[in-house]
Design a protein around this ligand. Structure first.
Ligand SMILES: [Fe+2]
Ligand SMILES: [Fe+2]
Length: 380
């Protein structure tokens, strides 16, 4: 099926959440939907009292001179070898083309993991080839689908090691690896690399052991990396899995999120941007906001329990249209260090569902689920 050429105007969604904060004055407000806590919670009453109109505060004064800039996020392309399936290839190519055409251009791209479907070197090479089209700086973090065939060997040869950090226009960006630090549960079970990858690639896979976590060593690195950073300066942390506990039975979490949060808690402006969940998602944990990104491959349904209450659910995708319910993100770092997210969902004028039945969040509400045994296996 060809991409739909109708409704190409992306939904522009600004997540300007912080009470008393304000969007960058240079951003056009028209056509942008600003969402604050009250709207996300589904109530209109709080809108007036939680305004985002200009407030001069120390944060603005400190970062007023910083120029606003854009960057792009692409993740969860889940590429198969071309002779198996070109559907996901087509969508990745389209996203790359559109990111290349961004005006003003993105300063850089973050690739957020799950480039490949089964970690096959053919898939990773294919992804690297498609991404070559983009000549802006690219930063990569891996997903579990990239990792568990050869434990990240090919990935690291192609895209470098994680974690990493860089500063750009007054914002400190950090890329964590939340898939590659799990203890080895598979050798004792005598799994072949393909078996291990197969288990890790399933939504609720835990047979080869739990895998979503930051781990002790990387947490120490994170602690050092933020230690010299002023507490009111903006921090953006990229992870493949959400940096909180959304839904462990589907691995929609990072198991040591509490410890990570302890490290980030002293900072007043932290944004976590993550892939893996393939859906519009929003959560706040203290002063840290987490924004879930769309996949280009397919949308996951919402978990049957515990969708973060601040999430305004996305529309239920048309299963007959593989360009529906998927896409990528354009992000703007405003002059005050605020991150504004714009979901680009192909073929949709409205990203958000008008009612619960349009979103899939009400499915299976009565289902009773139990934690998996493997979730108790990784002490951290
Ligand atoms: Fe994924
Ligand atoms: Fe993933």
């Amino acid at each position: 099926m060809e991409p739909r050429e109708v409704d190409l105007d992306p939904r522009q969604v600004a997540m300007e959440i912080d009470t008393g904060g304000r969007p960058d004055g240079s951003l056009a407000i028209t056509r942008r939907l600003f969402i604050n806590k009250a709207i996300l919670a589904g109530t209109a009453a709080g809108v007036a009292s939680v305004g985002w109109f200009p407030v001069i505060n120390t944060l603005d004064l400190a970062f007023g001179q910083q120029a606003a800039f854009k960057f792009a996020w692409l993740s969860d392309t889940h590429l198969y070898p071309k002779d198996v399936n070109t559907r996901f290839v087509d969508k990745t190519v389209r996203a790359v083309k559109e990111i290349k055409a961004m005006s003003p251009p993105a300063d850089f791209l973050i690739f957020g993991g799950d480039l490949a479907q089964l970690g096959d070197p053919v898939e990773i090479d294919l992804g690297a080839d498609i991404l070559k089209e983009l000549t802006i700086k690219k930063h990569f973090i891996p997903g579990e689908h990239d990792w568990y065939l050869d434990m990240g060997a090919k990935w690291e040869r192609m895209f470098g090691k994680t974690p990493w950090t860089f500063d750009h226009n007054g914002v400190r960006f950090i890329g964590l690896n939340t898939v590659g630090f799990a203890p080895d549960y598979w050798s004792a079970k005598k799994m072949s690399p393909k078996e291990r990858m197969g288990h890790m690639a399933t939504l609720d896979g835990s047979v080869a052991g739990p895998w979503a976590g930051v781990g002790d060593e990387q947490r120490q690195w994170l602690q050092q990396t933020v230690s010299g950073w002023a507490k009111d300066r903006p921090l953006v942390v990229f992870t493949h899995t959400p940096l909180y506990e959304y839904y462990p039975p589907w691995n929609f979490w990072t198991r040591d999120w509490r410890e990570v949060n302890e490290i980030l808690k002293p900072f007043s402006n932290v944004t976590n941007i993550h892939g893996h969940t393939h859906q519009v998602l929003y959560n706040e944990l203290g002063s840290m906001r987490s924004i879930g990104m769309l996949a280009t491959s397919w949308p996951w349904p919402y978990a049957p329990q515990g969708v973060p209450p601040l999430t305004k659910p996305m529309i239920r995708a048309d299963p007959g249209d593989h360009f529906d319910g998927v896409g990528y993100s354009k992000l703007t770092a405003g002059a005050a260090g605020r991150i504004e997210n714009e979901y680009v969902m192909w073929g949709r004028k409205e990203v958000f569902a008008e009612s619960v039945v349009d979103s899939g969040t009400a499915d299976n509400v009565n289902q009773i689920l139990h934690p998996r045994i493997a979730d108790r296996m990784w002490p951290y």
